[in-house]
Design a protein around this ligand. Structure first.
Ligand code: SF4
Length: 340
């Protein structure tokens, strides 16, 4: 996987008051990449492209370095108490990405440089809740590992959380550049989850992320480094040969992690979409092979009268049984947290 190196970088002036912001400014300026100033990320203009697709692709290659002003963290229930800010956006091009709808108008990447202030706030939240454990999720607004080579933010957060008796960190990633995290004294206070899929799904629907083999290798290294480890198999896609593809995935994981005796968690999510998401995906990725045919789907109602399209009950049951069988055979110490 090629590391994310932006084509265009904006800086908010206040970012230069922080050592990380100043260092990034120096490095980008020296590298020759176009660097501009912007009063705020909301004021970013001049992202190139004549069509929506061109602008979208250019925005994904545009970086805004700024200061996280709001230090009230969003909640992130049920998997964590708080979403800890680190970055917003992602250079990946997964066709079904949740960011397609949550940040459709501003798909550029934002990095925050006031990491100490963010950690001070995290410390406050931990103090308020102790002796209860306070969990922080670092992947609510993008994939944090994609930018680690630029900021080292995750390394800092992991080191910080390693020292917190009552604090825990977790994040999920589709990127494999985790080598810089392996030797940090994490004290098992950070859980790393890999979003993983069959080779077919990764190759066709997850451009610009780490490959199947890279993610499996990275997961092996994370397990060897003693981190709590989990896998998010999502979205599970029905295609010709899906059983073979996902069977191969489980076997490859077993091959790399078979000697691990620690608990490994699995979260399983079948592919689902809303009409809005489908329209966005087809506009952005008009040649996608992702099947979104309502005739072949079932409506699943959620809260507030909203619904999504999921697979028919028969397919869902088949998938559920398949994964339960394959995972428990390969990983007797594994734990399937849910299938939805
Ligand atoms: S890696 Fe995650 S955040 Fe990035 S584009 Fe893919 S789904 Fe979205």
């Amino acid at each position: 996987m090629k590391r994310f190196d932006p084509d265009l970088v904006f800086f908010e002036p206040r970012a230069l008051d922080y050592p990380l912001g100043a260092a990034l400014f120096h490095d980008f300026t020296a590298s020759g990449v176009p660097v501009k100033m912007t009063t705020s990320h909301n004021q970013v203009t001049g992202i190139p492209g004549d069509t929506e697709i061109e602008q979208y692709r250019a925005a994904k290659r545009t970086l805004v370095v700024g200061v996280r002003k709001t230090l009230d963290f969003d909640t992130s229930k049920p998997s964590a108490e708080y979403a800890i800010p680190l970055a917003t956006g992602c250079p990946g091009h997964c066709h079904y990405c949740y960011l397609q709808t949550t940040m459709s108008n501003k798909p550029y990447v934002r990095l925050y440089v006031n990491l100490e202030e963010i950690l001070d706030q995290a410390k406050q939240y931990i103090e308020e809740r102790k002796p209860e454990i306070t969990r922080f999720e670092a992947a609510c607004t993008g994939d944090p590992v994609a930018f680690e080579h630029l900021t080292g933010a995750l390394a800092k957060y992991i080191g910080f959380m390693g020292q917190q008796e009552f604090g825990r960190l977790r994040f999920v990633t589709k990127f494999a550049n985790i080598d810089s995290l392996l030797s940090i004294p994490h004290h098992r206070h950070t859980e790393i989850r890999f979003s993983i899929n069959s080779e077919y799904v990764i190759n066709y629907f997850e451009p610009n992320t780490s490959t199947f083999a890279e993610r499996i290798e990275a997961a092996g290294k994370v397990a060897e480094a003693g981190y709590p480890l989990g896998f998010l198999i999502a979205p599970i896609v029905e295609y010709d040969g899906w059983q073979e593809g996902y069977g191969e995935l489980i076997q490859q994981l077993k091959g790399r992690l078979g000697t691990t005796t620690s608990r490994i968690t699995f979260e399983l999510i079948q592919h689902r979409y809303t009409k809005t998401a489908k329209n966005t995906i087809l506009r952005r990725y008009p040649k996608t092979k992702l099947s979104m045919d309502e005739e072949k789907r079932r409506v699943k109602w959620g809260r507030y009268g909203k619904f999504k399209y999921v697979y028919p009950q028969e397919t869902e049951t088949e998938m559920k049984e398949f994964f339960q069988r394959e995972i428990m055979e390969a990983f007797p110490q594994g734990e399937i947290l849910y299938f939805v």
